[in-house]
Design a protein around this ligand. Structure first.
Ligand code: GLA
Length: 778
């Protein structure tokens, strides 16, 4: 029974966590506990707030009880104007025209399963839901708070529904999805921030007095601050210490707030960003927030991440692609940009097929006058100069090669130089009488307008039905400014109405076409959030395909989302985003932790490199279920220039570990490989994945490697380099799961003396993948 609920104390339980609160004598909800599971027969009293003396400068809620002050109580929700001076989850001009709201208990009910919002797509398949109805008795305004339990994933979601039970309009200026006051455990806030090509980098900030807010007002969840964040004990490691996780199932403007009060309570709130938000409810109308997601684990960052991974994998991502292995794709964007012809595409497709790719994705530039980014968005009629046999004809040719067909769209946008804009200038988002701003030469289509929604649903749907398309990349390449829609009386509704419109569009396009795998994208990871994951099982994590940058981006994402949710591609080096040169092996070794793709013009690769790609894809496909759906963990390496990731197969029969080095140091110390989470008693063999070194990596040292002395930059050397490479060091260890968890001492790295085949040659940006397989004794 996940809930033990009386009208006084609410005990919510998941497999390993407890979330308790109670009703105070005045009907407010006092937070008691959120942490590792407690025996349900424990009394609530030891956890309750105890105040025995009046505290100076506090406001008494009731003259009969000078010890009751809202500002000092750990709460589950707060109103406005009654003496709680911390960040309030709620601000509204109430039906009586004042900024006062005191939400107190009226009723509660336990409901079975999840009760997702109706105006937004939410998480699904929960175990039980508690609804507590609070009311502001002075006006009759009611607030339903929901807690839904996802027992096996150890997640609790929360959301709020405000109902105007008054007799006049009320206007909401701020309504969070949920809030909670946690005790301060010397917590550090970890946020995932960045910008274009540097998304989801983790940053930490000790919680000190005052408020910290991170969020987005770009109209999307944004690459600036992911909605997900963590609060971790300052001593927490990857595997030990309390870590709380917070996220929001929302695509749009959001804010996450943490505030340490002067009595050491940590208020945590998350919800729609209040900037330029206002929403009027006439009597009887209601407003529902998106869902807040909460988890907690005493097992460090990996513990919290595992809860989130299970939750996302089972209760956010949906449809037939949820558990299905995702195809290895080749995307033609970095190879061609806008400049391609059908023969060029087919040449690339044939090479892709030869290395084992399964899906060919035609990116931007296939429609209308889209030969550059200043024209064509909005006109999804195929460009016959580039694709003379149309999409169906092109798909047919791909199918003969043996490849599935995927297609790029950017349906939320329009160029002024497009037939769509010329026909419907009023469908583009602009504020009348004000300057029009543009991003990437484009305007946003007004998805608040049902006519525009209908148009997008119909247009994209028609293209999808015109050819055997099995994959769509849905892009969105600018922030929303000039927000205004002729369909709204209150422009403060714009951003949320847009998100609701987008949910409708995505549901109506992809609901009836479940065979299509949707990968969403927004200039890379500008919309990497749980709202999008309700529709698209995977998201293009970043336009940055440099693996060393990806070590930060994918690492950051892994705290909140599982690897099956992010696209990761091998691209040409030096990388188009950083000009950094990296080994081909490392590009794969990083992209293998995610949904693998290739994004480069294969015609520029030599025979040896193509062979290496073929082996990469073969390895990936052989271990794909583990790499996409295995248990992902970050393994701490006590050296700043190392990163280690691993995945263990759901049934534990194999594990893949990536060992990465950023900048090499002279005379590196000994490295250890730890493979955690295996059966301690089980017997395993750990072996390096085959990869290669290229002669050009050695410079003048090549003289010591080859039997003849050659000019390292000469013609003979360059020719030799095209036909000969060297196998990278092979290591093989047989060991128990217990030994592997404690660590295998690896061979030393190159230390400046001489080359031999036994030495690990990582240098700058080198890496190795280790495959660990269970062996039986017989
Ligand atoms: C965005 C995407 C890229 C590519 C281009 C096409 O930048 O993130 O992957 O699709 O648009 O214009």
């Amino acid at each position: 029974m996940p809930m033990d609920v009386t009208a006084e104390v609410f005990r919510l339980e998941t497999s390993t966590t407890s979330y308790w609160f109670r009703r105070t004598r005045f009907g407010h909800l006092e937070h008691l506990y959120y942490g590792p599971r407690l025996p349900v027969d424990d009394d609530a009293e030891p956890l309750a707030h105890k105040r025995t003396a009046v505290i100076g400068s506090s406001v008494d809620y009731d003259p009969g009880d000078p010890l009751y002050s809202l500002d000092l109580l750990p709460l589950e929700w707060s109103g406005q104007g009654y003496g709680d001076f911390r960040f309030s989850p709620f601000e509204a001009r109430m039906p009586d025209g004042v900024f006062a709201a005191d939400f107190t208990y009226r009723a509660h009910e336990v409901l079975s399963g999840a009760v997702p919002p109706v105006s937004l797509t939410g998480a699904y398949d929960g175990d039980a839901t508690l609804r507590v109805t609070l009311a502001d008795e002075a006006t009759g305004v009611e607030l339903d708070l929901y807690w839904t339990l996802y027992e096996a994933a150890d997640v609790v979601t929360r959301r709020a529904v405000l109902r105007n039970g008054g007799t006049a309009d009320l206007t909401i200026r701020r309504i969070m999805s949920g809030m909670v006051d946690l005790p301060h455990r010397d917590l550090v806030v970890h946020t995932f921030d960045g910008g274009w090509i540097k998304e989801a980098n983790r940053h930490e900030r000790p919680l000190t007095y005052g408020m910290h807010a991170h969020g987005s007002t770009t109209g999307a969840s944004s690459n600036r601050h992911n909605p997900g964040f963590l609060l971790a004990e300052s001593t927490a490691t990857q595997d030990a210490g309390w870590v709380y996780g917070v996220n929001l199932v929302y695509i749009g403007n959001h804010v996450g707030v943490t505030e340490l009060s002067n009595h050491d309570l940590v208020r945590v709130a998350v919800g729609i960003h209040p900037d330029r938000f206002s929403w009027t409810l006439t009597p009887g109308e209601s407003f529902e927030t998106p869902e807040m997601v909460l988890t907690v684990s005493p097992d460090g960052f990996n513990g919290a991440s595992h809860h989130f991974h299970d939750f996302v994998g089972r209760h956010v991502v949906r449809g037939p692609w949820r558990d299905r292995e995702r195809p290895v794709l080749l995307n033609n964007w970095e190879a061609h940009f806008f400049s391609f012809t059908e023969p060029r595409l087919l040449e690339l497709a044939k090479s892709a097929k030869k290395i084992g790719v399964e899906l060919f994705v035609l990116d931007d530039g296939w429609f209308g006058a889209r030969d550059h980014d200043r024209a064509g968005l909005g006109d999804y009629t195929v460009n016959r100069k580039k694709l003379p046999s149309g999409l169906a004809g092109f798909a047919e040719k791909l199918s003969r090669i043996g490849l599935d067909f995927g297609l790029w769209f950017e349906p939320e946008m329009v160029n002024e130089d497009s037939d769509l804009f010329r026909a419907h200038p009023d469908w583009a988002v602009r504020t009348p009488g004000r300057r029009t701003t543009r991003g990437r030469h484009q305007l946003v289509l007004d998805l608040c307008n049902p006519a525009v929604q209908d148009y997008v649903i119909e247009q994209v749907g028609a293209v999808l039905d015109s050819a055997p398309i099995t994959y769509v990349k849905w892009d969105m390449n600018r922030h929303v400014s000039d927000a205004w829609s002729p369909t709204l009386d209150d422009q403060g509704e714009f951003h949320h109405r847009y998100v609701q419109g987008l949910h409708r569009v995505l549901t109506e396009i992809f609901g009836p076409r479940p065979h299509i795998l949707l990968e969403s994208c927004s200039s890379g990871g500008n919309r990497f959030d749980l709202g999008m994951l309700c529709h698209s099982p995977q998201i293009w994590a970043s336009d940055d395909t440099d693996p060393i940058e990806r070590l930060k981006i994918q690492d950051g994402l892994s705290y909140l989302y599982p690897p099956s949710t992010w696209g990761a591609h091998v691209s040409a080096s030096p990388h188009q985003q950083t000009l950094r040169a990296t080994p081909l092996s490392t590009r794969f070794n990083v992209a293998a932790f995610g949904v693998l793709g290739y994004e480069m013009d294969l015609k520029y690769l030599g025979r040896l490199e193509l062979k290496e790609l073929r082996e990469q894809v073969e390895f990936y496909r052989a271990h794909r279920r583990t790499l996409q759906f295995g248990r992902f963990s970050r393994v701490h390496v006590p050296k700043a220039n190392k990163v280690q990731w691993q995945v263990v197969a759901p049934d534990g029969h194999e594990a893949v570990t990536g060992y990465y080095q950023t900048l090499a140091q002279a005379s590196e110390g000994f490295d250890r490989l730890r493979v955690v989470g295996l059966d301690p008693e089980g017997r395993y063999v750990t072996e390096t994945r085959r990869q290669y070194l290229y002669l050009r990596q050695f410079g003048e040292l090549v003289k010591h490697i080859l039997p003849v002395a050659l000019d390292p930059d000469g013609m003979v050397m360059r020719t030799a380099g095209r036909f000969r490479n060297l196998p990278d060091t092979v290591e093989r260890y047989a060991a128990s799961g217990a030994l592997l968890a404690s660590g295998v001492l690896l061979r030393n790295q190159f230390v400046g003396t001489h080359y031999n085949e036994q030495t690990r040659l990582l240098a700058d940006f080198g890496s190795t993948l280790y495959l660990t397989e269970r062996v039986t004794d017989d």
